[in-house]
Design a protein around this ligand. Structure first.
Ligand code: XLS
Ligand code: NI
Ligand code: NI
Length: 452
């Protein structure tokens, strides 16, 4: 869906429940503020480089970590007991929880949220009942969206938690599982259309393998391609124009995930004739699992015209897994925003906080500190990137570095007019290639830091 229309400039900041009464509305107070429950850099309606901060950043709150996570780990149970939870996974609990979610987003003054089908509604006794539960909650979500002005950034289907997905979803060796997934995505496309979701995400949580001894890689990836074609066809049939996004991840939970990174996934999409229908949702912590940095993944997408959205988080440099912490690295954030601003923004995407508080940060207030920290890190990154672009030194350096392709022999190469013979003639006449100029990495790193 083309997202040219800016988000509402201010919300009523409706409060439907009492749970956050003790927390003030989070507002911009500037860098000098010593109020930890304020923004020091995110000033939603301030215009930076021709666009409001809220429209560059399009922050989204994720339902799963923020409202369904209890902070359990493999060594112990959850430490989080939210006061609005009755301990059940019932439909009535699912319905009452929706109001808390919208209260939280309103308190933060943000515009978007994201969810999986199973975050918002429980499975029923059979597929029909499961679908009915989903629609009961979707109707409530629509009412809350209308009352608050908060919108759906993207929806997705959880096809990785339940044991039926243990051997894959669309890549499962069981055709029944694939059929089950077809129902899930069909319903979620209908629900997302109903809620006006601007993008739609596919994260292949169990799409991959643990051993090649029991895996037919070709059939599994062919089935995934068939599945994506069916999703494209169905969205077209219901006239749902959301931007489809693949969210690459190298490993975890499977040893090897098929959507390993942006380049691998793009190759898959092109081979399957799907590349016109998909862009990418790049998660910072998934990039590092693939042995890339976050900015590498963004740059690969931008240079191929397929950057769709961002799952904002970070890993821990000393740990090798998806720790899903809130972003705090200002230099990384500035570099990411530089790439995104050169791309003209994220279109129908945004920055979704796929991040969670630590197991020992179990109090209500911690939910706010985590998000405020991430929001201010990205807002600060936006301000720095705008300075870098306005100053123009880095872009000028880049332009000059490739200038041998702007004229003469270089231009014949870019224009497709050069041949091996013409290039040989040129270099024979010249005798040797011209000496290289320094790539000036240290100068550029120091220059970059001077904006931070
Ligand atoms: C897990 C993924 C997941 C997706 C949505 O690592 O990040 O949370 O964003 O299914
Ligand atoms: Ni994610
Ligand atoms: Ni993740």
């Amino acid at each position: 869906m083309a997202s040219k229309s800016p988000a509402k400039s201010s919300h009523s900041r409706a409060q439907f429940t009492k749970w956050f009464a003790a927390i003030p509305e989070i507002k911009y107070e500037g860098p000098a503020s010593d109020n930890a429950l304020s923004y020091r850099y995110y000033n939603a309606d301030e215009v930076i480089a021709g666009r409001k901060m809220r429209d560059w950043l399009r922050f989204g709150i994720c339902y799963w970590h923020t409202f369904r996570g209890v902070a359990q780990d493999m060594f112990g149970p959850g430490t989080i007991n939210r006061p609005w939870e009755d301990g059940s996974n019932s439909l009535s609990q699912a319905l009452s929880r929706t109001e808390v979610v919208f209260d939280f987003i309103s308190k933060l003054g943000l515009d978007f949220y994201t969810f999986h089908d199973r975050d918002v509604s429980p499975e029923g006794a059979n597929v029909a009942e499961t679908n009915k539960n989903l629609w009961a909650v979707a109707k409530r979500l629509k009412e809350l969206q209308d009352a608050s002005g908060i919108k759906l950034l993207w929806g997705t289907a959880n096809m990785f938690s339940h044991p039926r997905f243990a051997q894959g979803a669309a890549s499962s060796p069981s055709a029944d599982t694939l059929a089950y997934c077809a129902n899930s995505v069909k319903e979620m496309l209908d629900v997302s259309k109903f809620l006006g979701g601007e993008s739609y995400v596919f994260w292949g949580g169990r799409e991959g393998y643990n051993s090649l001894l029991n895996t037919n890689l070709k059939r599994e990836t062919d089935h995934m391609a068939r599945f994506f074609h069916m999703a494209v066809d169905y969205a077209k049939k219901i006239s749902y124009k959301a931007q489809f996004l693949i969210e690459p991840k190298a490993c975890e939970p499977t040893k090897h995930q098929y959507d390993f990174d942006a380049a691998t996934s793009l190759c898959f999409l092109r081979g399957a004739g799907l590349d016109k229908h998909f862009k990418f949702n790049i998660e910072a912590n998934h990039a590092t699992l693939a042995g890339h940095d976050f900015v590498h993944e963004l740059e690969v997408c931008v240079s191929n015209g397929v950057l769709g959205s961002v799952d904002a988080n970070r890993g821990d440099v000393m740990n090798g897994w998806d720790t899903d912490q809130y972003p705090i690295d200002i230099r990384e954030s500035a570099h990411a925003l530089l790439v995104i601003m050169r791309n003209g923004g994220l279109g129908a995407g945004g920055f979704n906080f796929d991040a969670k508080v630590r197991r020992d940060s179990h109090e209500l207030e911690d939910m706010f500190h985590g998000h405020i920290s991430g929001i201010d890190t990205l807002a600060r990154g936006l301000r720095i990137a705008a300075k870098i672009l306005a100053d123009g030194k880095i872009d000028a350096f880049l332009k000059e570095r490739y200038s041998s392709y702007d004229k003469g022999i270089g231009k014949t190469i870019e224009d497709g007019k050069a041949t091996f013979e013409s290039l040989q003639k040129y270099i024979l006449e010249k005798g040797d290639a011209a000496p290289l100029k320094s790539a000036r990495q240290e100068y550029l790193e120091n220059l970059f830091n001077s904006y931070c």
